[in-house]
Ligand binder design. Structure first.
Ligand code: GDP
Length: 299
């Protein structure tokens, strides 16, 4: 847990700076204080609804008192409460191999990088991993994925440029079954000429996977750019409506003061946050832990 906390701290330093909790201490909890706190939560992308809830309960419990460690603990608890998720944070593991994880997200969200990070993480746990490069429109992304796959020791199944993504998914399922692989990670396109085309393609890939492997996909993970704020939430709505996401990978939380977007995504989408991307390196990837996350915002 200490390692996780350190990584979070590094990734969320800007949000912590924005909160600047030390500056709260000793101040009177009056309207000016509440307005400022509200502004900081909004700026950090915590979202309007969650921010209003926090401000109301702080007003109720601390109005006209002096802001102290108790108030800090109170706000932390509120955030932890908003992030609480009854489902387990670990990825679902199928009772029969392979477990299939479908990864979706718009281009530029950090999808390729996140897949590489996830594959590396699973390899570090000694799991056998096959990658399906179903984004056949972006040869460069598939090349990049091949390089990562080679380094991590994963097999990659890819089609010729422009090949039917569903047929790549089909071949990858067969390969994973034949090899007895534990995990199949399916990359998907992040942009087609229209949103309808994209969603239709994702649905097609999903149904191919479902036909090949009963119970699959075991997770549908949506990669969202954490610097995108409310836009990320709109994307999540579109994807979830179409392919039914089971969790979110939120990227690029380093280098932005918008770490609060984690709360907004969790609140608005009711989806579990599975991992956070906190840098460009393969190891800059953390399973989400609400307590460690909130603690690092207040350090
Ligand atoms: P894709 O188009 O969604 O596949 O996105 P890529 O994986 O190619 O990532 C787009 C850019 O974002 C690249 O320059 C990545 O290095 C960068 N990136 C991805 N994840 C993170 C992250 O967690 N933090 C930072 N700082 N950069 C990231």
């Amino acid at each position: 847990i200490k390692g996780i906390l350190e990584r979070f701290k590094k990734g969320l330093a800007k949000t912590a700076q924005l909160f600047n909790v030390r500056s709260w201490l000793g101040r009177k909890v009056d309207q000016a204080f509440l307005d400022e706190l509200e502004g900081r939560l909004i700026q950090a992308d915590v979202g309007v609804a969650a921010t209003a809830r926090i401000i109301d309960s702080v007003r109720e419990a601390f109005a006209e008192k002096t802001a102290d460690e108790e108030l800090v603990g109170f706000v932390k608890d509120q955030l932890k409460e908003l992030l609480r998720d009854p489902s387990p944070d670990a990825l679902l593991v199928a009772s029969k191999k392979p477990s299939v994880y479908l990864i979706a997200g718009v281009n530029g969200s950090g999808k390729t990088t996140s897949i590489a990070k996830l594959a590396q993480r699973l390899r570090d746990q000694d799991k056998s991993v096959v990658l399906a490069a179903c984004d056949t429109f972006r040869a460069a992304a598939a090349d990049q994925l091949s390089i990562w796959a080679g380094r991590a020791g994963c097999e990659i199944v890819r089609g010729a440029p422009g090949a039917d993504p569903a047929s790549v998914a089909h071949d990858a399922c067969q390969r994973a079954l034949a090899r007895g692989s534990e995990i199949l990670i399916v990359d998907t396109a992040g942009r087609l000429h229209t949103q309808t085309h994209l969603m239709r393609e994702l649905e097609k890939i999903k149904s191919v996977v479902q036909r090949q492997i009963p119970g699959a996909p075991h997770e549908v993970l949506l990669v969202l750019d954490g610097t995108n704020g409310q836009n990320a939430i709109r994307q999540a709505e579109v994807f979830t409506k179409s392919i039914g996401c089971t969790g979110v990978i939120l990227t690029k939380l380093d280098g932005t003061a918008k770490g609060g977007v984690v709360v907004a995504v969790r609140q608005t989408m009711k989806l579990p946050i599975k991992f956070l991307g906190v840098g460009e390196g393969i190891e800059d990837f953390q399973p989400f832990d609400a307590d460690a996350f909130v603690e690092s915002l207040f350090s």
